[in-house]
Write a protein that binds this ligand. Structure first.
Ligand code: AMP
Ligand code: ZN
Ligand code: FE
Ligand code: FE
Length: 273
């Protein structure tokens, strides 16, 4: 029987709202038995839930979503099936989490100076010690009634060019590729439809050593899927996919909506043997 995978999910260890155990349980309820919890800059969920995943027959793939800078564009790269105990990865992710935290505080300060009475402590609580991000600040703004939804917070205050936006530290692509390959893993271009001039960008990223592209994703249309799959096939790259579930933060990206047959992700599965 073919198994199905969701290789893109978030928990409260980054900017999702679900617990790792809930991700595993909801995935199973949808017949998905290969799961990657791909929190931004954080592997905590993997260590928290590995034993449980094993016990219920879910293959848990080590993974994380990395924010990279490519000519000023914010490109997300999924990293999979690397050694989860790799020291260099652990150090690099810890340093990204620290700079995320400092940036989160600065965004709170800026919002306060603009008259939004939100608290650093509350944003810390919402981030729960994991990788702090703009969605946590957005939730603090929703709680105080300044905006009616997380997406309104991004539209009015937190998106690029908006009054409280602060950029964050990012990987260079070559650094991300080298780091993940050295630890035995592979990389994939997350939600390719998000980027300007995406087909050319995807081709360039493949040439820079990225191994795959995430063509199964709620934001990738059937037409885009066809385009990116052709670019991948031509260069001997493979395809990945996932729901990008964030729990209640995002409503469209939901666990169970994307089921990737295991036959497509052999380069990942063979690294798990
Ligand atoms: P950060 O990593 O702190 O820059 O925050 C970026 C994260 O915010 C992304 O990974 C998305 O999960 C989320 N995000 C970005 N834009 C929006 C939006 N318009 N509405 C809701 N969430 C968003
Ligand atoms: Zn996220
Ligand atoms: Fe992303
Ligand atoms: Fe994501």
């Amino acid at each position: 029987m073919t198994r199905y995978a969701d290789l893109h999910t978030h928990t409260y260890h980054s900017d999702g709202t679900r617990a790792p155990r809930e991700v595993i349980d909801v995935a199973r309820a949808h017949g998905i038995t290969i799961v990657c919890i791909s929190d931004h800059d954080n592997l905590a969920a993997f260590f928290e839930i590995k034993t449980y995943a094993d016990s219920v027959g879910v293959l848990l793939i080590p993974g994380t979503e990395l924010s990279c800078a490519v000519d000023g564009v914010d490109v997300h790269i999924m990293a999979y099936a690397f050694d989860p105990f790799d020291e260099r990865i652990a150090k690099r992710l810890a340093s990204f989490r620290e700079t995320r935290h400092a940036r989160g505080y600065r965004m709170v300060d800026r919002l306060r100076s603009l008259g939004y009475d939100i608290q650093r402590d509350r944003v810390d609580e919402l981030a729960g010690g994991g990788a702090m991000g703009r969605p946590h600040i957005a939730r603090a703004l929703v709680e105080k009634g300044y905006v009616s939804s997380v997406s309104e917070a991004f539209d009015r205050l937190l998106g690029p060019g908006k009054p409280a936006f602060l950029d964050k530290e990012r990987f260079r692509i070559d650094e991300a590729v080298t780091l993940i390959h050295a630890a035995g893993g592979v990389t994939s271009i997350a939600h390719p439809s998000h980027y300007p001039d995406a087909p050319a960008l995807v081709a360039r990223l493949f040439d820079a050593g990225i191994d795959a592209v995430e063509v199964f994703h709620p934001d990738v249309s059937a037409a885009d899927r066809e385009t990116f799959s052709n670019i991948a096939r031509f260069r001997n790259k493979f395809l990945t996919g996932g729901s990008d579930d964030h729990g209640t933060v995002k409503t469209k990206e939901t666990l169970g909506t994307v089921r990737v047959p295991e036959t497509l992700i052999e380069p990942i599965l063979e690294r798990m043997e």
